[in-house]
Every structure is written in structure tokens, then in C-alpha cells.
Design a protein. Structure first.
Length: 177
């Protein structure tokens, strides 16, 4: 059972700008069209867990649904799955430890945890086992931070650093318990 964060941040640690936009993520030239390891990462996971805000951002891209794994959306306000995503998106709510236990009991052992508030909540409950963070060389000066206050430090071991498309750095960390 592994809960993994796979995300990009600005140099100053933001995952979205002051207007909750992520268009700056696409400013980096990618001449060979590589997925920068995302496909390999997705092959490792069984399902995604994201918050409602992240779902709305993904829907705003105006593209076909990008995930071929079940997506569980944490929300206390949504009452139905967006049209056309039935059987792909599932609404869940409750305490994070209970949500994880339920998903694990349904056979979803390796979970991709996505979205600012969702990641922060998982970290506050010490439910993240691995962090894969790609740093984009831009300073946003504000926005939605990846990390928030914790009640106690969480120690991670750095296991890999990789330079991508000559300007991104992807770091991988494993939780030390």
C-alpha cells in the first residue's frame, strides 16, 4: 500500500499561480513530446485520489479525460459525477484514514494523490509514502503552495534526481518511518 504524490512546482514551491491557474506548466519547450516519465508512473498506480478543485482544473483543460485509472474525488459538496465521467470518476468523503482503508480493501493499493489541499491533508495525517516533485524554473511569487503547516516534521529520503528536457529537475523521495 503506497500513497504517492507526483506533481510539479515552481521554484518557489507553488503548484498553481495567484489566479489558481497552471498554464505556466506548459511554458517549457518539449521538442520530442516526451511525457517526462508520467506514463511509467501511471503504470505503477491503481487509482487516483484528488480534490474537487483539482478535478475542476483538469476539466478546464478542454481535453479528453486524461486518466485510464479510476479517479476518486474527495468532496463534501459534489453530489454527482460530471456528465460523461460516470464509471471513471467516483465521489468519496470522510476521514482520510477511512478513505484509504476503504480504497485499499477494494484492491486499490497504490494511489496517486493529487491536488494542493488533498496532498496537504494526506501529509498532515502522515499518509504519504513517496513524493515525486518536478521543479519548473519559474518564480510565481504567490499562489497555491504544495506544502502547508504540519504538526510534526516528516522525514523523507532523497532517492533520485533527474534532469528532464534540459531545464526541469525531478526529485524522488521516500518517507522514512
Amino acid at each position: 500500500m503506497t500513497n504517492i504524490v507526483y506533481i510539479a512546482t515552481s521554484l518557489d514551491g507553488f503548484i498553481a499561480d495567484k489566479n489558481n491557474q497552471v498554464d505556466w506548466l506548459h511554458d517549457i519547450p518539449n521538442p520530442d513530446g516526451s511525457d517526462l516519465g508520467f506514463g511509467e508512473f501511471m503504470a505503477r498506480i491503481d487509482a487516483l485520489v484528488m480534490g474537487r478543485n483539482t478535478l475542476e482544473i483538469v476539466l478546464s483543460f478542454g481535453i479528453d479525460w486524461p486518466y485510464n485509472k479510476p479517479v476518486f474525488v474527495l468532496s463534501n459538496t459534489l453530489t454527482k459525477v460530471p456528465e460523461g465521467l460516470e464509471g471513471k470518476v467516483f465521489l468519496i468523503k470522510g476521514e482520510l484514514t477511512e478513505v484509504i482503508a476503504t480504497l485499499n480493501s477494494q484492491g486499490y493499493q497504490n494511489l496517486y494523490i493529487d491536488g494542493g489541499k488533498t496532498i496537504q491533508g494526506f501529509l498532515q495525517h502522515d499518509l504519504i509514502d513517496e513524493l515525486i516533485i518536478t521543479t519548473i524554473p519559474v518564480l510565481l511569487g504567490g499562489g497555491i503552495p504544495l506544502f502547508a503547516e504540519l504538526t510534526a516534521p516528516l522525514k523523507f529520503k532523497h532517492v533520485k534526481a533527474e534532469r528532464l528536457v534540459d531545464c526541469l529537475v525531478q526529485n524522488s523521495f521516500i518517507r522514512q518511518r
